[in-house]
Design a protein around this ligand. Sequence first.
Ligand code: FAD
Length: 403
Amino acid sequence: MKIAIVGGGVSGLAAGCLLAEAGFFVSVYERKNRVGKKLLATGNGRANVSNEDLSAGHWHSESPLPFDPGTYFSAEARREFFDALGIDLVQEDRGKLYPSTLQARTVLNALRRRLFAAGGEEVVETCIDAIEQSKGGFRLVSGDSSFFADKVIVAAGGMAMPQSGSDGKGHGLLKSFGHKKTRTFPGISALLCESPYLKHLNGTKIQGVVTLFRNGEKIASEGGEILLAKDGISGPPVLDLARAVGERKGDYAVAFPMLNHLEQRPEYRNILEGRSYLPLAAKDFLDGILSNKWVHVVLKECSLNGEEPMDQLAWEEREHLLNLLFAFTLPVIGVRGFDYAQVTCGGMALEGFSSDLESKNAPGLYAAGEVLDVDGDCGGYNIHWALASAHRIARAIIKSAQS
Ligand SMILES: Cc1cc2nc3c(=O)[nH]c(=O)nc-3n(C[C@H](O)[C@H](O)[C@H](O)COP(=O)(O)OP(=O)(O)OC[C@H]3O[C@@H](n4cnc5c(N)ncnc54)[C@H](O)[C@@H]3O)c2cc1C
């Protein structure tokens, strides 16, 4: 039986390995000149492939997921899969799992090796433009060429990082079978903010907790390294907030401290308040606790020239200054687009697929990975979903061939 896989990303390659090993003739069609371009960029080139914490709240969709990726592709199933690839995983902060080489290419090489060893093939520089039902199977059209397959897995990714080859074309392939697409928007991305200070603060890092507000109401907060850019804010704790901003319209703002590691200093507000009654010039008071760039921002925001003795400030002025140190607020005007995002929120609606991700409209057609309306949190959850969905489909195809 011939299986065609559209897309040589992590889900396509994983499904390809498993099916080729089970004796199917597998062709992985990839539009780019090589497979796995996005995989190589993941985790800053290190591929954060999964996470120790596989609890259900880490994956999102408009509809209930067809299966729980953490229970189905459990720690044990994951270990078995990576063992078979000859890859050991190591854990870093926040439970993130990486190949022990800390190199994404280790994962890509191992997937390709396993696919070839089992007799599977890659057909690169071949963009699948259309899929049609034909003679009890499917005809895949690419320019003037066409290929026949008994079953097809669309693993063409979403719309994030289109330069890697996934630009939403997979959605079109599935739409042609009557499948619906949910609203798509960029996830795991930087937040665009408006502030006269951002140009000046570009490159500044803060270790702290960032809180997201919608219409003045606190909706999420995350801790870690916050990074300021000239047009907004990013860094690991910020990236996961993008989903909430894209999901619902509203007036958004983020607030974070200018002071590092406040979690280690629970009494710090009292300490600074006490110190603020000393006859110190405001600029000197700030110089001991903030970097230069922040001193400038605080003085400007408080309309001070810096020479004012702290003990002479009015109560309101002192409060305003101290509040600013603990919560600098920026209005959020949007999310950086798909060119910069790590994942697509939304995709092909899950209702159109069985619990084994087989199309309800065209039996024998499957969809894996990011092309579907499933996105995971930052921390390895998207590759985990790509692997879990590929594994699920491969197991279903193997089972159906046996019965
Ligand atoms: C910069 C960056 C860093 C990331 N880091 C992480 C991380 O560390 N951990 C994590 O879990 N997730 C990470 N992600 C997300 C993760 O990479 C994706 O969710 C995952 O790779 C999706 O896998 P996929 O197989 O579904 O799709 P993709 O990896 O996007 O692969 C789809 C493939 O299909 C090909 N294709 C598309 N259309 C066609 C067509 N019509 N014909 C032929 N081929 C086609 C594309 O060229 C592409 O190669 C990151 C994403 C980015 C952009």
